[in-house]
Design a protein around this ligand. Structure first.
Ligand SMILES: [Zn+2]
Length: 504
């Protein structure tokens, strides 16, 4: 089984997660679930970035010690991810001893492999307290950070440790162009290539005497810069530097927001190259969730809480809406109206109605036992085509395309019921044709439970169970989608999968 080590960005512990965080975690979870379905040995990492000054400020404002505060926030985030059925295998926090050990060792390896890559120097520049980094002229618009237009940039001068990032420009360009480091989607790769072509400046990798952070090895007056610290989490979680960490490393996929590609596609691989470690294979940068055209973030203000969005139609519906409508590639809009429309059309009237009608007919005409029938129907052909289109889309991380393929099959199956009219076949006593139709519907439900699983894991399990299939849809082997083994299953009609609230 090939290993697939997948990570998301770790989140600042300075406020509750919002829809933007949820899009990233749910998208990565959808990929993790799909890779498991394809037989990969998936290792899915998420976690918390706990050393920033924003964390210290948030702790102070809440009258807590930084440690008590980050403990509280880690629990809060983890609770949201549990509600959203996110299936991560590990949860790293940058305050953990395993992380501190990895940061110290990576710096030591850079010092051993490339001693000139770390040096002490003075730095003066414009600092964004939102990003916790010095901004380059290209990152400043109208005197403000692109990511934080409401914050003032602060002119700052410090004596710090520096990393000779400039030395890695050509190597990084070569690796990106050769596909050794795949940056996707293409719009983000082009941005990174342009940035590299413009040349790189060395970066400060320490701060003077911050109480909350990892001491810079050999210089107790300095603290490891929070971004340098945070990026190493992906390596810490593999057990680095203990023997055997190469079983997971390098990461197969880093899923991050489009605002932090420079860190993941430039600084992070350069740090690894300097230390003589393998670089990640792929970085996928998703867009932002927008609310009426504005980026959803703490600084921009939130119009809708994640809790409200989960409660609206349940966690599966939110996952589906984020990945199908908002999208995992470019920026996308979230609105209650579109959410309600998608819920009604795709989930309640679409998939929910299909499951309900199909299993009701199998109950009524065949006492719940799914008939066999090897005839290849138009519905089976559509199921095979949908499976192929789904696999193609999901392999290239086109999650919207994957959802479209699965829900295209929902529409075809509902149409098939209307065209074949099993109730007429029953009335006219055409038993063989009725068996064929009900068997085809059983196979369609099997395929849909499996294909929809990465998007709506809870409801997919409900469909699977109602169909009478053993275990979970996530236990299914991809190859069985060619000929779903549904003959003889004892099905039952489920409660409404996606009930329509009175207001919708
Ligand atoms: Zn900023």
């Amino acid at each position: 089984m090939p290993k697939f080590y997948l990570t998301t960005a770790i989140d600042y512990s300075n406020g509750d997660p919002h829809l933007g965080h949820a899009l990233e975690k749910v998208g990565a979870d959808c990929i993790a679930r799909y890779r498991r379905l394809r037989g990969d040995q998936v290792h899915f990492l998420m976690g918390m970035d706990e050393h920033s000054q924003a964390v210290v400020q948030a702790a102070e404002q809440n009258g807590q010690s930084p440690q008590a505060w980050v403990d509280l926030m880690a629990d809060r985030f983890a609770e949201y991810w549990r509600r959203l059925e996110v299936s991560h295998d590990d949860w790293i926090r940058t305050t953990e001893p395993r992380h501190r050990a990895a940061v110290t060792e990576l710096l030591a390896r850079i010092g051993r492999h490339n001693p000139d890559d770390l040096y002490v120097g003075d730095y003066e520049g414009l600092y964004c307290t939102g990003c916790e980094e010095f901004k380059q002229p290209a990152q400043i618009v109208d005197g403000h950070c692109i990511e934080h237009p409401t914050l003032e940039l602060v002119r700052t001068r410090e004596r710090n440790h520096f990393f000779r990032l400039s030395r890695y420009r050509d190597t990084l360009l070569d690796k990106i162009q050769a596909g050794d480091l795949r940056v996707e989607p293409a719009i983000r790769r082009n941005e990174i290539v342009r940035l590299l072509e413009d040349g790189l400046q060395d970066i400060s990798v320490s701060r003077h005497r911050l109480s909350w952070g990892i001491p810079f090895p050999g210089d107790p007056d300095q603290t490891v810069y929070v971004w340098f610290d945070a990026l190493i989490n992906y390596l810490s979680a593999t057990g680095f530097p203990s023997p055997g960490y190469e079983r997971l490393w390098p990461a197969d996929l880093h899923v991050v927001g489009k605002g932090i590609t420079r860190f993941h596609c430039v600084i992070w691989p350069a740090m690894l190259l300097a230390a003589g470690e393998a670089i990640p294979r792929q970085v996928w940068a998703h867009g932002y969730v927008q609310w009426e055209g504005t980026k959803m973030s703490k600084t921009a203000g939130t119009a809708v809480t994640l809790g409200e969005a989960i409660e609206r139609h349940g966690p599966d519906a939110l996952r589906y809406f984020l990945l199908r409508e908002v999208g995992f590639e470019a920026d996308g809009n979230f609105s209650w109206d579109r959410f309600d429309e998608r819920y009604t059309a795709d989930l309640a009237d679409g998939l929910g109605n299909l499951v309900s009608r199909s299993l009701a007919m199998i109950a009524k005409y065949r006492e719940g036992v799914v008939p066999g029938g090897r005839d290849e129907t138009t519905l089976d052909r559509a199921g095979l085509e949908a499976t192929e289109a789904y696999g193609k889309a999901m392999d290239s991380l086109d999650l919207r395309g994957g959802a479209e393929a699965a829900w295209g099959l929902v529409a075809t199956a509902n149409l098939y019921i209307q065209q074949v009219a099993p109730w007429k076949l029953a009335k006219e006593g055409r038993e063989a044709e009725l068996d064929t139709a009900l068997a085809a519907l059983g196979r369609a439900l099997h395929r849909l439970a499996v294909l929809s699983g990465p998007f709506i894991p809870g409801k997919a399990t409900d469909i699977w169970t109602a169909l009478g299939a053993p275990g979970q849809p996530s236990d299914a082997v991809w190859d069985t989608l060619a000929t779903p083994p549904t003959e003889g299953l004892a099905s039952r009609r489920p409660e409404a999968l996606f009930p329509k609230p009175a207001s919708v």
